[in-house]
Design a protein. Sequence first.
Length: 278
Amino acid sequence: MMNVVSDVVRRLRGIACGAGLVVLAVAGATTVAAYPGGTPSFQTDVAPFCAGCHSSVKAEHLAGVGERATKELAENKHYANIRAGKGGYEELSADEREKLIEHLRAVDANTKLEMETPPQVEAGKTFEITLRFTGGAGPVVAIALVDQAHRWFAKPASTLGWRVVGPPTIIGNDGQRQTQWLERRPESQGRELTYVNVTGHASDVTSGEWGSAKIVYTLRAPEKPGAYDLVAAFFYGTEKATPLGHKVDPVRGKQVRGSFLGNSGRVDFTPVRTINVQ
């Protein structure tokens, strides 16, 4: 039993961010819950390395790490489990497993994140950027502003000198402003985060309906003139967008078929934007 627990603990180490909060309780057995559910208990800046249970969308997001990059791609980290029919996927026939992969590819193909920024700003001045996204399975997706489009090397954008001014404005799938997630952080500690959760998000492969939302950040430019990069990381799930990818629990609702060990979440990035600070 201890070998099993040790193996799970090893796989969980560093996994608590992105679009999948994981809770581990060991009391004679191991229990994993709350995936995918965003990070309801953590309101702070993050970087994409924390989402160890997610798969990467593109190999270039792991440039320079050799063979490890290949292992992180959805084809090998997620779809391989489905094709092997293990870890929750054994209940599906071979044809159903291939259909599930087809659906998941459609989720990725229809998931887009765009960042609108000015080409130049004045040093030390405030300005707005807007992030618009569609797709992703939900029910929670997450966005983080970082310094580069790299899964394991990216740092929060604040390390380059960008500063968030005031709480980000989150407009959810229903067009309404969301504040509940941010308000879990004490106002006295400031809610100027580079990372946010967007709740109530949903997409459906079979109907071709893709959730959409946007986030508006007010940033203060670095004080020193120069060319500064800015990138947005996008954390999202896939399996709840297709009936083949989840089960329905009478108490907990939709539960992804592969659990967090199925690596059905994704990490993607916007192209790098270079903003001239004058």
